[in-house]
Write a protein that binds this ligand. Structure first.
Ligand SMILES: [Zn+2]
Length: 164
């Protein structure tokens, strides 16, 4: 994707997010760009139909998740993005994924890099991030480009709670 198109897409997708979360994601994108990466928001808000497709395809384990959050008036207030490596859109590189997890952590959000991983492998990821060893030979969880808030559950978000 050409650079102007990527930036335009990111700006448009940020409008599908709840504002406090959008601000954090914007800072993650800026941080990744500052580190020389070209992050692209692949998915932000998803309709219930698209979520069903993602669920059926095995890309999500939830039929209602942070991607699906809407306000009482139906406005899109997603609390998740999938932020892929635009230069390797089908297979984001491990150094990208580790650095994304690090920068997300600095901005008070989290990625799926640790999901469903045994504790000892999570420790390896945490050490690579602490050491800023982006080429570490670590195994990563199943949804490492997915970013979501911390301190709030999907059920709370569905009931109307929003992250700061
Ligand atoms: Zn996601």
């Amino acid at each position: 994707m050409l650079e102007p198109r990527r930036k335009e897409r990111n700006a448009q997708k940020l409008t599908e997010l709840y504002p406090t979360f959008a601000a954090r994601v914007a800072r993650v994108i800026a941080g990744m760009e500052g580190a020389g990466w070209r992050p692209r928001i692949q998915d932000a808000w998803r309709s219930p139909e698209d979520q069903k497709k993602a669920y059926d395809a095995g890309h999500s384990k939830l039929l209602y998740g942070f991607h699906n959050v809407t306000g009482p008036d139906g406005r899109r207030e997603a609390l998740a993005v999938d932020l892929i490596d635009d230069d390797k859109p089908l297979n984001s590189r491990k150094p990208y994924l580790l650095q994304l997890a690090a920068i997300a952590g600095q901005e008070g959000v989290t990625t799926g890099i640790r999901w469903d991983m045994p504790v000892e492998l999570v420790a390896g990821i945490d050490k690579a991030i602490a050491d800023q060893n982006w080429n570490a030979k670590v195994k990563i969880g199943w949804d490492p480009t997915h970013i979501q808030p911390i301190g709030i559950t999907v059920q709370e978000a569905k009931a109307g709670k929003r992250p700061t």
